[in-house]
Design a protein. Structure first.
Length: 473
């Protein structure tokens, strides 16, 4: 299997990304984002937590084996259940810190009989995989998952996909993890949109399906898929969000257009504009579920640079999201690539002018998220971010990035939490932080990357076991 990292690495390696997002001159960081430390704002029943510098993080014991699948991790919070709405978990945070779990349809003719497991979705995850994530302190899992309706007409319910999602949610509940349902695929959209440009390598062009951006029936079916999903899961005790579409990307797959102004000048308000469809889906969800938060990211793979062009869904309790892998030259470098370090000095935005890449750069870049939140009076979340584990000083980069998320009060989920399915785990571990920074090492061990993650994840205080959900006003 090739994951999202294959797509992003391809951008860096073959130069497509030089036509891509160009942040331009970074905006000045608004007041309130500290350079080193701060104290996060607490929700009812929480204690404000000071943010630490990298040098303050103590050595931590990192589990290298998962708990037995029958065990449910014990909550570190023994107080009585706190009454909160699901919406409260997205306000004045962060309250949700965790990771993405990724699954897709298995194509035996491409994947072989064992690479992604027996199917119909893979790679397989076990209760032990979820329990180990919780044991490190995470309280939130973003399920990056196929949609419940088939990608081809007549766009009917795929029972096997629904059964798989039910199983993952049951494992999340057993592990005491909150979950967001994020649909990668659905009517008129196949998994191969995430491997755009790789046809001829391991699949042929006929596997692409991006008709959702042109076909009104596919868009109608996507709306109905979410109406059905919300009706089914609205009372699930661990589901705290619906992510409408993972990384909308009409700008690339139909136009190879990476300039925001040019794209919206030509296609704003059309079927290629994600905003009208996101509003329709949100309205359908609210017709059957008034409480569960809605998550919506922008076009161009939910890049932060396109977040300002994401419009209000028109529905209450909406969280606006972005994916943070900038600068790609650093986060998606292959082992041994010279010149891309943290801190460093190199071209970060494809304008052929070297930039100082350090914490100040990250603060300036992420100021877009805070400004969007203030302008729209709505929470923002980073429900994907990450760096290939072998990037120089990756632990420092992750520390500073998450420390800024804390300062501007964003919930966040790293890419990704890997399965222990042997064949897949051995071949796809660029983002498996348990394996440490050495690209030749492919087994779990105590390392700086996991220590950084745990130092932030262990700040979590809310879990399904200690929260009693009540309706938001």
């Amino acid at each position: 299997m090739k994951s999202l990292l294959s797509f992003c690495a391809l951008l860096c390696l073959v130069g497509i990304a030089c036509q891509a997002l160009s942040p331009g001159a970074p905006q000045a960081i608004p007041s309130g984002i500290p350079a080193t430390t701060s104290t996060s704002q607490a929700a009812p029943g929480e204690t404000p937590i000071p943010q630490t510098s990298l040098t303050q993080i103590a050595t931590l014991d990192i589990p290298t084996t998962a708990p037995k699948p029958t065990l449910r991790p014990t909550s570190t919070n023994d107080r009585p259940a706190t009454s909160l709405s699901k919406w409260d978990l997205w306000l004045d945070g962060p309250h949700l810190r965790g990771a993405n779990v990724y699954q897709r349809h298995v194509y035996p003719e491409l994947d072989g009989p064992t690479y992604l497991g027996p199917g119909p979705l893979g790679p397989p995850f076990t209760q032990a995989d979820f329990n180990q994530l919780a044991s490190l302190g995470a309280n939130y899992i973003n399920l990056s998952h196929p949609g419940l309706f088939a990608e081809k007409p007549p766009y009917e319910l795929d029972q096997a996909v629904q059964d798989n999602l039910d199983r993952l949610l049951a494992m999340a509940e057993q592990a005491d993890l909150f979950a967001v349902i994020s649909f990668r695929t659905g009517p008129g959209r196949s998994e191969f949109t995430f491997f755009w440009g790789e046809d001829g390598d391991w699949f042929t062009k006929d596997y692409y399906n991006d008709s959702v951006w042109k076909d009104p029936e596919a868009q109608d079916a996507w709306v109905e898929m979410w109406r059905y999903t919300a009706e089914r899961y609205k009372d699930n005790p661990v589901v705290v969000g619906y992510d409408l579409m993972v990384e909308p990307n009409s700008n690339e797959v139909w136009f190879d257009e990476w300039d925001q102004e040019a794209f919206y000048a030509r296609h704003g308000g059309s079927s290629y504009d994600w905003n009208p469809l996101a509003r329709r889906i949100s309205q359908a969800i609210r017709q059957v579920d008034e409480q569960t938060p809605i998550l919506a990211g922008g076009n161009s793979y939910s890049s932060l640079d396109w977040l300002p062009y994401l419009q209000d869904t028109g529905q209450p309790r909406t969280v606006y999201t972005f994916h943070q892998y900038e600068p790609h030259a650093y986060t998606h470098q292959e082992p041994g690539t010279p010149g891309f370090t943290y801190p460093g000095h190199f071209d970060t935005n494809w304008d052929e002018v070297p930039d100082d890449f350090d914490r100040d750069w990250l603060e300036q870049y992420l100021s877009t998220a805070q400004e969007f939140s203030v302008t729209h009076n709505a929470p923002v979340a980073a429900n994907e971010f990450g760096v290939m584990r072998w990037a120089p000083s990756a632990a420092d980069y992750l520390h500073d990035l998450m420390d800024i998320f804390e300062a501007i009060q964003l919930n966040y989920a790293i890419w990704e939490w890997n399965t222990t399915w042997p064949e897949h785990a051995a071949d796809n571990d660029a983002f498996n932080y348990l394996h440490g920074p050495d690209p030749s090492h492919h087994a779990a061990l105590e390392n700086d990357l996991v220590q950084i993650l745990r130092s932030f994840w262990e700040r979590n205080q809310y879990r399904p076991s200690n929260v009693e959900f009540v309706p938001a006003p």
